[in-house]
Design a protein around this ligand. Structure first.
Ligand code: HEC
Length: 170
């Protein structure tokens, strides 16, 4: 039956649980707040004027400058557009040839990859400028090539990506 002892135990556990949350709340508040109760996490806000200035200047920035300020992490994220077809591992071809060491590599030089005549008839190496022009619009750079990729229109994104490709050497 429902005796006083059971009722006391139940009441006891409820009080215990409530007390636990009160203590937890107290500790939490003191950990994350300053004495005045203001959140003690500083959030940096970029100077909005500076951001506007960058946007206005973008047209005149040379690709070398973009490359100098390129970011490896962003480049790795931009690589998401390529990884469906290209592997980063030397010797492993996918739909396209592997990209390991591509910067400075001769055009259409991966052994065992069946290049289109459009790429094979190109001379030279994949230096920064060649990659920049190719990735902007592959079909303009090498008409008739088999890379089904429309292109990467954003200059900074290509610079980031090329920095990432440059890092793929050992
Ligand atoms: C839909 C598949 C596909 C995507 C996506 C793709 N590629 Fe390609 N890529 C290819 C193929 C296929 C070739 C070979 C083209 C040929 O032989 O005409 C190629 C060739 C290349 C080459 C020339 C390589 C050499 O050895 O001469 C480079 C550089 C390249 N791709 C870079 C990229 C980058 C960087 C991206 C991402 C922005 C990308 N590709 C996205 C399929 C793709």
């Amino acid at each position: 039956m429902f005796d006083t002892m059971t009722a006391t135990k139940i009441l006891g556990s409820i009080c215990g649980a409530l007390l636990f949350f009160v203590v937890l709340g107290f500790v939490g508040t003191n950990l994350y707040s300053t004495p005045s109760g203001v959140l003690a996490i500083a959030i940096e806000v970029d100077d909005p004027d500076a951001a506007v200035a960058v946007v206005e200047e973008e047209e005149e920035v040379s690709f070398e400058d973009l490359l100098a300020s390129a970011d490896l992490g962003r480049g790795e994220r931009a690589w998401a557009s390529c990884r469906a077809c290209h592997s980063l591992e030397a010797g492993v071809n996918g739909v396209g040839p592997y990209m390991h060491g591509v910067v400075g590599r001769e055009v259409a030089a991966v052994d065992g990859f069946n290049y289109s005549s459009a790429l094979e008839s190109l001379d030279g190496v994949w230096d920064v400028d060649a990659l920049n022009a190719f990735l902007l619009r592959p079909s303009d750079y090498a008409p008739g090539n088999r890379m089904s990729y429309a292109g990467m229109p954003r200059d900074q994104q290509r610079a980031d990506l090329i920095l990432f490709l440059k890092s793929l050497t050992d």
